[in-house]
Design a binder for this molecule. Structure first.
Ligand SMILES: Cc1cc2nc3c(=O)[nH]c(=O)nc-3n(C[C@H](O)[C@H](O)[C@H](O)COP(=O)(O)OP(=O)(O)OC[C@H]3O[C@@H](n4cnc5c(N)ncnc54)[C@H](O)[C@@H]3O)c2cc1C
Length: 429
């Protein structure tokens, strides 16, 4: 099989890229997905929030912040056109002490710098919070009205249908194995056939660092996988709060560690996610983690991640996360700090866990933003973590602009679905 551009991975990122490429260019696009469906992994195993960009440092998380700022309106319009759920419910970000309140003040500045309007972001004191959410106990809180709950799995399936109509082929159950740069093309061996392509887009989520290494790109980077677990709340808690409640991260350098009280788009409530280190992007269970342990530990020891493995603070946080994985009470108690009514004995079923792949640089530090790396005939998107789903539509346009600048594609049509690509680019760059 031969294609102009082959995208590896049909998560929400690979599928969004296919959506825009199929409408904006005349290239023959092929998407390879090892799973039987699109959005089989992280893209459906998440919290389902369209995050407002007040949590993101406009310098350190520039790409994520800019994309998230545009993502809300784009998803709202897409959902309306397709009849998909989009519940603009807002979110409460609570501080439990003075230090947390200082952090909230910083978030207010970031929110404004990232484009939120003054009336979309309010700093509330404890009496205002009691009036709005009587069960929430905290010091202060930000209430942001521009936050929504959606189903990213359904968004991805819908984008796939649109991309197919634009001429993109999706090969499901097809795993990209050995990848070789030949003189004029790239050869990809899959479990069913060999594909020849002019250009590769690596959008393989938790496998993207491995695929970049396979193509001799980003050798200085590695990743650590974290499983985010959830517990489903009993129906008695359906009206405990109006909105989802997040708490200020206890460790600002690890903002993904603190579980939240989540109200999903269909009203189901959950507690999560935590962040348990695991050895595979698909490490949902013990067997998969044991299988992948030897090779992952060797990879970590020979890269920047080794520093992390011997860092006492990281090890202590990781052991706390393990504890919250084995003990439901430990996990639920973290939310009880601001929602004292929740009782661990009323949580009977685990929710659907998802795994994030956090990229580590050669100095052993977590990379804060999404990473775009270029190969001779390839582009690689690494560290595409939260709020990746929120900003994926504008982010995909940004990646396509990089391809245009490289001469890989020519934009024939700037009108894609309900959007004009030029307007999106103007706002994201
Ligand atoms: C617990 C959790 C909660 C989150 N909550 C939110 C949220 O509320 N809001 C938000 O905006 N973001 C959230 N995120 C982040 C968001 O889910 C991710 O940024 C997004 O899903 C990443 O999409 P992706 O397409 O890059 O990756 P993925 O969804 O992982 O897709 C990559 C695909 O590549 C395929 N693949 C890999 N290797 C190969 C291969 N060799 N051959 C073929 N196919 C391959 C995989 O099977 C997979 O389907 C959350 C993440 C986690 C972990």
């Amino acid at each position: 099989m031969k294609s102009d551009i082959t995208i590896i991975g049909a998560g929400i990122l690979g599928t969004s890229l296919a959506y825009f490429l199929s409408q904006a260019t005349e290239k023959k696009i092929l998407v390879l997905e090892q799973a039987p469906e699109v959005a089989y992994h992280t893209s459906r195993r998440n919290t389902g929030k369209v995050h407002a960009p007040f949590l993101y440092d406009p310098q350190k998380k520039r790409l994520f912040a800019r994309a998230a700022a545009l993502g809300f309106d784009m998803w709202e319009l897409y959902a309306k056109q397709k009849g998909l759920p989009f519940k603009r419910d807002g979110v409460l970000e609570v501080s439990l002490d003075e230090q947390g309140t200082k952090r909230l003040e910083k978030y207010m500045c970031w929110g404004e710098q990232n484009g939120l309007k003054k009336d979309e972001l309010k700093l509330l004191d404890s009496s205002e919070i009691s009036r709005q959410e009587p069960e929430v106990k905290c010091h202060n809180a930000i209430f942001c009205t521009k936050d929504a709950s959606v189903d990213y799995g359904r968004f991805t399936a819908s984008l796939m249908e649109d991309a197919k109509q634009g001429g993109t082929s999706f090969l499901l159950n097809t795993r990209a194995g050995k990848i070789r740069n030949k003189k004029d093309l790239v050869e990809i061996k899959t479990n069913s056939e060999t594909i020849e392509t002019d250009f590769v887009i690596n959008a393989a989520g938790g496998m993207s660092v491995d695929i970049a290494h396979e193509m001799d790109v980003a050798q200085d980077l590695t990743d650590i996988h974290f499983r985010g677990e959830y517990w489903q709340a009993d129906r008695i808690y359906s009206n405990l709060t109006q909105v989802s409640v997040y708490s200020v991260p206890k460790h600002s350098e690890y903002p993904f560690l603190d579980p939240h009280w989540i109200v999903r788009h269909d009203g189901r409530c959950e507690v999560g996610p935590n962040a348990v280190p695991v050895f595979s992007p698909y490490g949902y269970n013990f067997a998969e983690n044991i299988r992948e342990f030897p090779s992952k530990i060797v990879e970590m020891l020979s890269s920047g991640a080794a520093k992390m493995l011997f860092d006492p603070q990281f090890l202590s946080l990781a052991s706390g996360e393990f504890l919250s994985s084995v003990s439901k009470t430990v996990m639920i108690n973290r939310v009880r700090e601001f929602l004292p009514k929740v009782d661990p004995s009323k949580f009977h079923t685990r929710g659907t866990a998802g795994v994030r792949a956090s990229v580590i640089d050669s100095a052993g530090k977590f990379v804060p933003d999404a990473v775009i790396e270029h190969g001779a005939k390839s582009i690689h998107i690494l560290n595409y973590n939260s709020p990746g789903a929120t900003g994926v539509l504008p982010f995909a346009v940004h990646v396509i602009e990089q391809l245009r600048k490289k001469g890989v594609v020519t934009i024939r049509n700037t009108r894609c679905g309900p959007w004009n690509l030029e307007n999106i680019l103007e706002s994201i760059t």
